[in-house]
Design a binder for this molecule. Structure first.
Ligand code: NAP
Length: 495
């Protein structure tokens, strides 16, 4: 595994810790080795020492000296400028040497943990020295990190540049959300349980909510974020991926092409919003000063480092989307995401249609919550079912109760970064949880109609929600206008 950008944040916080967990679980082959590439001047020993102190700090209680000793001696380092063609010749020589020493068979996984503007240069230069050419018995794969472009045109241009050197089958576009157990469990829950699939359609489902709430601000990413905004930063990747898994038809198999084809069909079915519909079906917001749940007083987005003083970039976006297909016709999917919200929380809510409760005439059924399935993605991953039950006593009263499955209770809390499954799958050639070029482009197509209107009509009411709240009032109105409301998330459910 060759990591470009081995001196950076992603490598020390996610990649090497993920390799540590794979090593601990005996999921790395004996002949596995890492070559880190970065511009810092150091040798293998200095790189190993640097990773040791960073990773030990990041892993906390999960640190295990014996596992680290096994991984540590597999770490190598090469200093070089990633834009310099000469560095790739040196890399070839280094890899041949490591192949010979460790018997790595010439299978290379290139992980581009660098800013996206370097993706095209790196793949071109790797191609120029033959490092992307696969033989009859060896493979060459490239993992790239989001963002995959900043709009439809730039995504197409990036895909075009990657395809000049690589086949689509060699490109693994990572979205670490897909490494989360609960996201993968959406497929298992839907397709391995006979009872759920017959209910999973417009006959029984009233609407779906997808919430990806962040309590953090833009931190050190202000300059980038101010050019992107919540819509482009979060919706084409994380939220639409969830929409794909929720909305897809059962694939013919769990082969990656079969699954990804079904996800693409869902995105294809998203009804394009006209400019008039954007005005009613899309809501944007930007946070002002406020107090977070932990009592921390935080200042407005516009005061974040790297952000323009009068910025009109949205830090919150909510959309109402519909799908033009047989299964989902007439079922709205409400999506919301934002920064500096009341808590850190990701969930999917499937709200079922109400039963004709005519037989419980004396019970106040109108006051009851509708039946709901909540898929908690983070924190406290699990699945909760809310439904009506009789309140004990001589009178017929109906109340809402919860059945709650919590991953940690059943399976324990295995420490993980979310990258383990993805790196492991890539090594095994399984691209199911990675994004296809088409999926990326379809995601951009969906948000483009909204972005066009928002750019043409800059928001005049920003900031329009307080840090620490649940977002702008317009997002509540989006559902209220349809006689619905967002599920009330309690502080205790968030992190
Ligand atoms: N960090 C995360 O948690 C995270 C999460 C999701 C996605 N990502 C994505 O992952 C990628 C890496 O993010 P990061 O946070 O790790 O970035 P980072 O901390 O800036 O790391 C990038 C590394 O690449 C090095 N580099 C840049 N240009 C180089 C060149 N020409 N030659 C040699 N080395 C060079 C940098 O060195 P210098 O410091 O000397 O420039 C730095 O060590 C980005 O695409 C980002 O969007 C990161």
């Amino acid at each position: 595994m060759i990591i470009f950008g081995a001196g950076g944040d992603l490598t020390k916080r996610k990649l090497i810790p993920a390799l540590f967990h794979l090593c601990h679980g005996k999921l790395l082959p004996e002949s596995f080795a890492v070559v880190g590439v970065d511009r810092l001047e150091m040798d293998d020993h200095a790189f190993r020492d640097m990773m040791e102190s960073d990773v030990q700090g990041n892993l906390g209680a999960a640190w295990d000296p014996a596992t680290w000793a096994r991984l540590r001696e597999r770490l190598h380092y090469m200093q070089g400028d990633i834009k310099d063609q000469g560095a790739y010749q040196t890399l070839c020589e280094r890899l041949s040497q490591i192949d010979a020493e460790r018997g790595t068979d010439g299978n290379y996984l290139f992980y581009l943990a660098v800013p996206p503007m370097l993706f095209a240069d790196i793949t071109r230069l790797l191609g120029a020295v033959g490092l992307t050419s696969e033989g009859a018995s060896d493979w060459r794969r490239v993992i790239i990190e989001k963002p995959f472009g900043s709009d439809l045109d730039s995504a197409k241009a990036l895909n075009g540049m990657l395809h000049e050197t690589l086949d689509e089958g060699q490109i693994y576009r990572i979205d670490h959300y897909l490494g989360k157990e609960t996201v993968q469990n959406i497929m298992v829950f839907r397709f391995s349980n006979g009872f759920i699939e017959p209910l999973w359609n417009r006959q029984h489902i009233d609407h779906v909510q997808i919430t990806v709430a962040e309590s953090v601000g833009v931190e050190h990413r202000g300059a980038y974020y101010d050019t992107a905004g919540a819509l482009r930063d979060m919706i084409p990747n994380h939220l639409l991926v969830l929409l794909g898994f929720l909305g897809m038809e059962p694939p013919n198999s769990f082969e990656s092409d079969a699954v990804r084809d079904e996800i693409n069909k869902v995105l294809d079915a998203v009804h394009p919003l006209t400019p008039e519909q954007v005005l009613t079906n899309a809501v944007r917001g930007q946070y002002g000063d406020g107090v977070m749940t932990n009592g921390e007083q935080v200042s407005a987005y516009r005061l974040s480092p790297g952000v323009a003083a009068g910025s009109r970039t949205e830090t919150y976006a909510a959309l109402k989307l519909t799908l033009d297909n047989w299964r989902w016709a007439g079922v709205p999917f409400y999506l919301r995401t934002g920064k500096r919200l009341h808590g850190q929380y990701t969930e999917v809510v499937i709200q079922f249609k109400r039963a004709p409760t005519i037989m419980f005439k004396d019970a106040d059924t109108a006051q009851m919550s509708p039946d709901m399935l909540v898929l908690r993605i983070q924190p406290n991953e699990g699945i909760q079912m809310s439904f009506g039950a009789k309140i004990p006593g001589p009178r017929m009263r109906v109340g809402t109760v919860n059945m709650d499955f919590c991953y940690a209770d059943y399976f324990g809390n295995a420490p993980a970064t979310g990258y383990e499954t993805l790196i492991y799958d890539c090594m095994n050639g399984d691209a199911t949880l990675f994004k296809h070029a088409e999926t990326v482009e379809k995601g951009w197509e969906i948000v483009e109609s909204v972005q066009d209107v928002w750019s043409a009509l800059p928001a005049r009411d920003f900031p329009n929600y307080a840090a620490g709240s649940w977002g702008p009032p317009g997002a509540d109105d989006l559902l209220k206008n349809d006689g619905r409301h967002w599920r009330r998330i309690r502080s205790s459910e968030t992190s």
